[in-house]
Each structure stands twice: as structure tokens, then as C-alpha cells.
Design a protein around this ligand. Structure first.
Ligand SMILES: Cc1cc2nc3c(=O)[nH]c(=O)nc-3n(C[C@H](O)[C@H](O)[C@H](O)COP(=O)(O)OP(=O)(O)OC[C@H]3O[C@@H](n4cnc5c(N)ncnc54)[C@H](O)[C@@H]3O)c2cc1C
Length: 385
């Protein structure tokens, strides 16, 4: 069976799992620790899709489908706690009817709640809220979910190599035939041959494409998250407005994770943590949960979204969260390499399915995807010999 080399140990784990289930030989190379990129550092919201319903119904519907699948195949990584969209003022109320209609169009179950009922469910909500909508958001353990995929891939024969950085691509007669790898454990460089290479490096995807002199219009779009103690709510709390800043509070264990902001960076290796964004997250989120203004900050960090942007795109909160698989044979005349960009952690299984369907089409194999129904191996198994 053909050998596939995946670059990137975030969403790449889901691709490795799908490839291994379909019988391919798999090597995955990650330059740092697994999940050290955005995948291990995001907000931890298993989206119902309602966050996107006001401006991107297709992405909202995909999130809901994947939300249901991940609850079933990775139950240990998901807290099934639901979410509220909270109208803080009259401007938010202007979106209330549209949110309900668009959730329905996207297949997202929603329940209308009066301010009194919402506060009965979540007493820390501001006493001045106008109304709320309950949706099937959930809290996911970002790291565990991804590690379940790695454990499953490994159990089916995938060779997963952290601290292995791709520093070059081998090209023969116009096709990628392998990668040059720097092993940061052994301080050695070696060649790994491949029938096909999959660039799953998220915010770094443009850097890998540049090794072939291919321009991928990737822009890392970082955002800041702030962790405060204690956990104030049982459910995920979202502001009921079109996606913006400081509008999500995810309860993770005994913490409240506030987020997020969005800007465009030039280099994923030079992403900062602007102090004013930390303050802004606290100010904006405390409009929904006033106690946040007085809690201690436990930690603050930033992570980058791997977004594909048109040059004219100005507002990173509005860039599509849809994923794309780019076949460089079709787009750039270089066979043997696919890049996967965009998407959400919530949709990583679906992204992997798209990638591996393309691999099957290119290698002339009609092997169906089974990841929708395959319960994932527990992450702890990854560390056992
Ligand atoms: C602020 C913020 C909040 C978010 N919140 C959520 C959320 O609540 N829910 C949700 O579903 N999604 C969320 N996301 C989106 C989610 O984090 C990303 O869509 C997802 O993690 C991207 O995964 P990835 O594998 O594409 O990228 P990454 O996880 O960044 O993985 C890419 C990997 O490639 C590796 N790599 C790069 N170059 C090389 C090389 N040369 N050789 C080998 N390896 C290399 C990197 O080290 C990295 O580990 C959020 C994103 C941000 C920025």
C-alpha cells in the first residue's frame, strides 16, 4: 500500500487515523511536541455551530454534524454541558429571531429562554440580560481529543514522530517524492520518501508550500484567551451577536476561559500576547458575567487560526472557517502534495475525511471512510508500548 507522509501534529492526527483505517502506510512528522500548535491551545469549545449561524449557515451545519459525531466517538474528551447565547442589550436582541431561524436552517436544536429562566440556569449571568437561546455547544478537552486521534492512528500502525521538523521537500520530475527531516532528538537530518505528502501544518502551511516556491494565501490570525478561576458557569456562555471579540466564556474544569480577539499576523512563529487584548477580553466578557471583572487571571496565551484569505479581506472575524483541500497538482502543476487549510478543531474529522477521499481518488482506490462510526482509542494508549 502507498506510503503517506503527513507534516503537522495537530489536525494531522485525524488524517493519520483516517489513512491508517483505510489501510495506507502512514508517517506523521511534527516539529515540536504533538498538539504544540493551535490544536493544543484553542478555546476548547465543541461548537454546535450557532456561533457561525448568523453569517455562515454552511459552516454552522457542518459544526453541528461533527459535534454529534465527536460526542459519540470521543466521549471522554467532551463535557456535554450545552451553551447559551445571551443577549446583553437591545442591539443583541435585533439578532435574536435571525439566530433562531438560522439555527433551524443549519439543523441546530435551539430553545428560547427568558432572562429569568436563563438566570435560573446560570445565576452568574448579568441581571440586565434581555433573553437567551440554549444550543448544544459543549466543552472539549482540546489536547485529549487530538491525542485520541493519535492513539487510534498508532494502534492501526501509523508511525508518529514528534520533534521531527520538515526542512525540505524532495521533487523528482515535477512531483514531490519525499521530505527532508531534522530529528531534534538525535540532532540528525534524514530523508523520508513518500508516495504522497500531506501538508497539515495549519498556520505554517504557507511556509511548507513556499519550500516549493508555491504561494498559499495563508494568514495566521491569532487570538488571545484568558483563564480565570473559578469556573462560573455550567454551560458555555456566548454573546448573542454576529461573531466578534470577547464573546465566549468556556468553562474548563474549575476555570473560566475567556476569548477571543482576532488580528492578522505575518508569521506564525512571531505571534505576540498583546496586554490590551487581555484587558479587553475581561471587559467584554464581564458584560455577560459581571463577576469576571474581579477574578484573578490564572494564565493568558494566544494561538493562531489557519485561515485562507483573499488579499482584500480586512476583518479576520469574518474570514470563512470552512476548510479547503488544495491539490498542488491541479493548482500549481506539482504532483504528490496536498495542503489542508482553514477549518476548526470541531471539524477536524471531516477535514481529514476530505483529505483522505482525495488521496483515494488520486491513488485510484475506492476505500470508504469509516471514521464517523469508529470509537477512538483512549489517549492514554498512545503512551503505552
Ligand atoms: C484563539 C483561537 C481559539 C480557537 N478556539 C476554537 C474552539 O474553541 N473550537 C474549535 O473547534 N476551534 C477553535 N480554534 C481553531 C482551532 O484551534 C484550529 O482550527 C485547529 O487547531 C487547527 O489545527 P491545525 O492542525 O490545522 O494547526 P496546528 O494545531 O497549529 O498544527 C500544525 C502543526 O504543524 C507543525 N509544523 C509546522 N511546521 C512544521 C514543519 N516544518 N515540520 C513539522 N511540523 C510542522 C506545528 O508545530 C503544529 O503543531 C481556535 C483558534 C484560535 C486561534
Amino acid at each position: 500500500m502507498e506510503k503517506m507522509v503527513i507534516i503537522g501534529g495537530g489536525i494531522g492526527g485525524a488524517i493519520a487515523h483516517d489513512l491508517a483505517l483505510r489501510g495506507f502506510s502512514v508517517v506523521l512528522l511534527e516539529k515540536g511536541e504533538l498538539c504544540c500548535g493551535s490544536t493544543g491551545r484553542h478555546h476548547g469549545l465543541l461548537h454546535s455551530g450557532a456561533r457561525y449561524a448568523l453569517h455562515d449557515v454552511a459552516t454552522a451545519a457542518e459544526c453541528m454534524t461533527e459535534n454529534r459525531i465527536l460526542r459519540a466517538i470521543a466521549p471522554q474528551a467532551v463535557e456535554q454541558n450545552d451553551g447559551l447565547f445571551v443577549a446583553v442589550d437591545d442591539a443583541d436582541m435585533n439578532h435574536y429571531g435571525q439566530l433562531i431561524r438560522n439555527c433551524s436552517a443549519a439543523g441546530i436544536p435551539s430553545r428560547e429562554l427568558s432572562a429569568v429562566d436563563a438566570r435560573r440556569m446560570e445565576p452568574e449571568l448579568s441581571p440586565t440580560i434581555k433573553a437567551a437561546v440554549q444550543v448544544p455547544d459543549a466543552t472539549m478537552d482540546a489536547w485529549r481529543l487530538a491525542m485520541h486521534f493519535f492513539a487510534s492512528a498508532k494502534a492501526n500502525g501509523a508511525d508518529i514522530r514528534p520533534f521531527s521538523e520538515v526542512v525540505g521537500l524532495l521533487v523528482n520530475h515535477g512531483a514531490v517524492t519525499g521530505v527532508k527531516v531534522r530529528d531534534h532528538h538525535r540532532h540528525a537530518t534524514y530523508i523520508e520518501e513518500a508516495d504522497m505528502v500531506i501538508n497539515a501544518t495549519g498556520p505554517w502551511a504557507g511556509k511548507i508550500a513556499a519550500l516549493l516556491d508555491i504561494h498559499l494565501p495563508m494568514k495566521p490570525s491569532p487570538g488571545v484567551m484568558v483563564s480565570m478561576q473559578p469556573r462560573l458557569t455550567g454551560m458555555v456562555i456566548n454573546r448573542l451577536h454576529p461573531a466578534g471579540k470577547g464573546d465566549i466564556v468556556v468553562p474548563q474544569r474549575n476555570q473560566s476561559i475567556l476569548g477571543t480577539s482576532a488580528w492578522i499576523a505575518n508569521d506564525p512563529d512571531e505571534v505576540t500576547l498583546p496586554a490590551d487584548h487581555v484587558r479587553q477580553m475581561i471587559d467584554l466578557c464581564s458584560r455577560m458575567l459581571p463577576k469576571l471583572a474581579h477574578l484573578p487571571v490564572v494564565a493568558a496565551w494566544s494561538a493562531s487560526r489557519p485561515l485562507l484569505v483573499g488579499d482584500a479581506e480586512a476583518d479576520p472575524t469574518r474570514i470563512s472557517r470552512a476548510s479547503q483541500v488544495i491539490d498542488h497538482g491541479l493548482s500549481d502543476g506539482v504532483e504528490g502534495m496536498l495542503s489542508v487549510v482553514g477549518g476548526k478543531a470541531t471539524t477536524m474529522r471531516a477535514m481529514a475525511e476530505k483529505v483522505v477521499d482525495r488521496v483515494c481518488a488520486k491513488t485510484g482506490r475506492a476505500i470508504p471512510c469509516t471514521t464517523k462510526h469508529t470509537v477512538l482509542t483512549h489517549y492514554r494508549r498512545f503512551f503505552r508500548r
